[in-house]
Ligand binder design. Structure first.
Ligand code: ADP
Ligand code: MN
Ligand code: MN
Ligand code: MN
Length: 377
């Protein structure tokens, strides 16, 4: 008998797990520390606390073996975890158990709380510096995260026939029905998990490609946007683990005439949202269209320095070519879309449609502020 390519997936009975989840914890708190690993993947490990923290600064700095995540050499492997944000843990309900989103630093005995410089993969520090500088502009971000569900073989999109493709695109977007909507149980569980955790999830919908879905996180202000988006991805991956389904954030998960996956960023500042804010939006368009800016932004909008988006932003399937910047009212074939309502009311927000589904939200939100608002600060 041939062995399967991947190990068989144990289907643990979740109702048995539930029984243990209800056991008393003796007042202790399970704190799930979460961080971004060396290849952009999310990692986590749990620490028992004696009492719930009063604030994020109340939580202990922790560490992990960076040589196992390609974030430190073996002979000096310790990387420190600094807590940044706290959410309720939907996987351990009933007690005040928490998720703790962290960013990563080198140790330094002389540094504040023993923290040294941020490690190279810590992009939150870059975003946080920019968000601090533009704070008086009160930037809001609403991020539309698209993703694709896969069978555990990581080759067959969830619900697709093993050897072939479902019928062509058309019926699947915002669809209902067994023949159209593949994986809704995952989507619904994730939606509830986000609401329980305290993520500002603003909606969900089925996407154009069967097995592909979207949720939106926002509006969130400043650095909270990147924090919440990462936490929402963490929750999605954990929900998928329970269902034995694999989630992919790849921007072009299936070759051929199938929809790409993106992460449009809806953006506004206090001035854009106020009466007559359209002028501030036009100013942002001018800055995004300045010489060299398209290349700079495309390089920042996926983890491969723009290569992923070359597969995605082809000019087809409601995308604009990655080669040049364009904007338009209600036009989904442009780099940036200004909603019809924003043009009509002469205030509101713009939608940068270029970020890929696997983008780093700290880099993208930081970059958008750096280009459109920072020159005024
Ligand atoms: P689309 O019509 O492009 O599919 P969605 O409804 O999926 O739009 O996502 C729009 C996102 O923009 C939501 O997360 C919403 O909360 C957010 N949003 C709404 N108003 C603003 C604003 N003024 N600034 C930033 N984001 C906003
Ligand atoms: Mn949307
Ligand atoms: Mn979409
Ligand atoms: Mn959109």
């Amino acid at each position: 008998m041939a062995f399967p390519v991947l190990p068989p997936y144990t289907k643990c009975d979740l109702s048995i797990q539930d029984r243990f989840a209800q056991l008393d914890q003796g007042g202790k708190v399970m704190a799930e520390y979460i961080w971004v690993g060396g290849k952009g993947e999310l990692r986590c490990k749990t620490k028992t606390l004696d009492a719930p923290p009063k604030s994020v600064d109340d939580l202990p700095i922790w560490n992990f073996d960076g040589s196992s995540t390609e974030q430190a050499p073996g002979e000096d492997s310790e990387v420190l975890l600094k807590p940044c944000a706290i959410y309720k843990d939907p996987f351990r309900p009933g007690s005040p158990n928490i998720l703790v989103l962290c960013d990563c630093y080198k140790p330094d005995p002389d540094g504040p709380r023993g923290l040294g410089a941020p490690i190279p993969t810590n992009t939150r520090v870059y975003a946080n510096q920019i968000m601090d500088k533009v704070a008086s502009h009160e930037p809001w971000f609403g991020i539309e995260q698209e993703y694709t569900l896969f069978e555990p073989d990581k080759k067959t999109p969830y619900g697709w026939p093993k050897d072939g493709e479902p019928g062509p695109q058309g019926p699947y977007y915002c669809s209902i029905g067994t023949e159209n909507a593949f994986g809704r149980a995952v989507v619904e569980a994730h939606y509830k998990a986000c609401l329980y955790a305290g993520i500002n999830i603003s909606g969900i919908n089925g996407e154009v490609m069967p097995g592909q879905w979207e949720y939106q996180v926002g509006p969130c202000t400043g650095i909270a946007s990147g924090d919440q988006l990462l936490a929402s991805r963490y929750l999605l991956i954990r929900v998928c683990e329970q269902y034995g389904v694999v989630v992919s954030f790849d921007p072009k998960p299936i070759p051929g005439d199938w929809k790409r996956a993106g992460c449009p960023h809806n953006v506004s500042t206090k001035a854009m949202r106020a009466e007559g804010g359209y002028d501030a939006i036009l100013k942002a368009m001018e800055r995004l269209g300045a010489p060299g800016k398209q290349e700079e932004h495309i390089a920042a909008y996926d983890p491969s320095g723009g290569l992923d988006n070359q597969r995605r932003l082809t000019g087809a399937h409601e995308t604009a070519s990655y080669k040049e910047f364009s904007w338009g009212v209600a036009n989904r074939g442009c780099s940036v879309r200004i909603p019809r309502m924003t043009e009509k009311e002469k205030k509101g927000y713009f939608e940068d449609r270029r970020p890929a589904s696997n983008m780093d939200p700290y880099i993208v939100t930081g970059k958008i502020m750096e280009t459109t608002v920072l020159p005024d600060c």
